[in-house]
Design a protein around this ligand. Structure first.
Ligand code: PMP
Length: 392
């Protein structure tokens, strides 16, 4: 085991009978380290109280903890705390921008986007344009350059594809967006658990991600946005905590980020989110990136010689490998692998337009996390070989 692969920190990786579970669906959601489970347990137990309103000590302490979590999560991506809005997840973060961005015009998306970076724009009434992919499965930035016009006010791309694992050249995407006066939103769901992210260095204007893919709790995520962008955006949900003064005649609103956090927030989850950032940084994102890259290489090297296996996505995909086994539906493969204690994802991965582009109804997807190791790759390959024998 490499120093990165700390399976012992993750109770979810052990089956009830004590056997190892080869969990290869981390791109869907990551297993939780004990440090996150303990931090949320404390927040739900001995530390529990509401935030922002209480006049008693416990609530004041919880408020400090909640705001420290905001600072921690913002710092994790190189942002400022006043630019970090807690949301229910990446989905809500993208919806927030789609609904609240004051200058709704045309949005440029790409063919590999997750449904959560497609449907919000459609629902909020944007004109949607779609950038094609290169033959290697990356967003074709030359095509984006040719497509962009001053009518585009937002470019919204996945930083890392949840199906192909392709990594965007985010700096170039930012330059292209800015050259026509548009803002760049990055869907960072699959990037933050796999590589160091610094929003300032990337040059983006919005960054959306979910805690549960970063080894943290479900039900919370974040939207980072440049202060001047968030300032210009009106609230999109009303309620407690997001106001300055309410009368029946007129209501004024709190400044960002509170303006976008109506209601009692996900207090416990925010504490867990911060604990997840601590854990991941303790392991080190450079180390995680190298570790997942070596597992991707190992898996692709094992699959490449199999002439009945098609591999999708670029060779240097980040932690995610999509493939198809000829004559075996990905769902059947997933079921056979489950019998071998191997969990993969099979389906359209919430990216139906990408499936249309690839010309397949579904793919099988193995995705790694910091706890994955060669034993998981070996178990997957054994399971695939068994499926080939069954369907031969
Ligand atoms: N974007 C990408 C690239 C994703 O992989 C996912 C989750 N599969 C999402 C957005 C949506 O994240 P969530 O469901 O946590 O809001």
């Amino acid at each position: 085991m490499t120093p990165v692969s700390r399976k012992v920190d993750f109770p979810g990786l052990i089956n009830p009978d004590g056997s190892a579970w080869h969990y290869l669906d981390t791109a869907a959601t990551a297993q939780k380290p004990q440090a996150v489970i303990d931090a949320t347990g404390r927040a739900l137990g001995e530390d529990y109280a509401t935030v922002h309103r209480g006049v008693y000590t416990r609530s004041a302490q919880m408020t400090l903890g909640y705001e420290a979590a905001r600072r921690r999560v913002a710092g994790f991506i190189g942002g400022r705390e006043d630019e970090l809005v807690f949301t229910r997840g990446a989905t809500e973060a993208i919806n927030l921008v789609a609904y609240s961005y004051p200058d709704k015009g045309r949005v440029l998306l790409s063919q590999l986007e997750h449904h959560s970076n497609i449907v919000p724009w459609q629902l909020a009434g944007w004109q949607v344009d779609v950038c094609p992919l290169t033959a290697g499965g990356r967003i074709d930035l030359d095509a984006a350059e040719a497509m962009l016009t001053p009518e585009h006010t937002i470019v919204a791309f996945a930083h890392v594809s949840n199906v192909l694992g392709s990594v965007l050249d985010a700096r170039r995407a930012a330059e292209l967006a800015h050259s026509v006066g548009a803002r760049l939103l990055l869907d960072g769901c699959q990037a933050v658990p796999r590589m160091p992210v610094d929003v300032a260095a990337l040059g983006c204007d919005f960054y959306a991600f979910s805690a549960h893919k970063l080894y943290g709790p479900t039900g919370i995520g974040a939207l980072w946005g440049r202060a001047e962008q968030l300032d210009a955006m009106p609230p999109w949900q009303g309620g407690g905590s997001m106001i300055d003064r309410v009368t029946f005649e007129r209501t004024t609103y709190a400044p960002p980020p509170q303006r976008f956090e109506a209601g009692t927030p996900a207090i416990v989850e925010a504490i867990g989110f911060a604990a997840a950032c601590d854990y991941v940084e303790m392991i080190g994102l450079d180390a995680i990136e190298r570790h997942e890259a070596s597992l991707v290489r190992s898996l692709r090297d094992a699959l490449r010689p199999m002439n009945d296996v098609s591999l999708f996505g670029p060779e240097d995909s980040a932690g995610i490998v999509s493939f198809a086994l000829q004559g075996v539906h990905p769902h059947d493969l997933g079921t056979i692998l489950d019998e071998e204690n191997v969990a993969i994802r099979a389906g359209h991965h919430c990216a139906q337009p990408l499936m249309d582009t690839l010309g397949v109804p579904a793919t099988a997807r193995a995705s790694f996390g910091l706890y994955s190791d060669q034993s998981d790759v070996d178990a997957l390959i054994r399971g695939i070989e068994r499926a080939r024998r069954i369907f031969a």
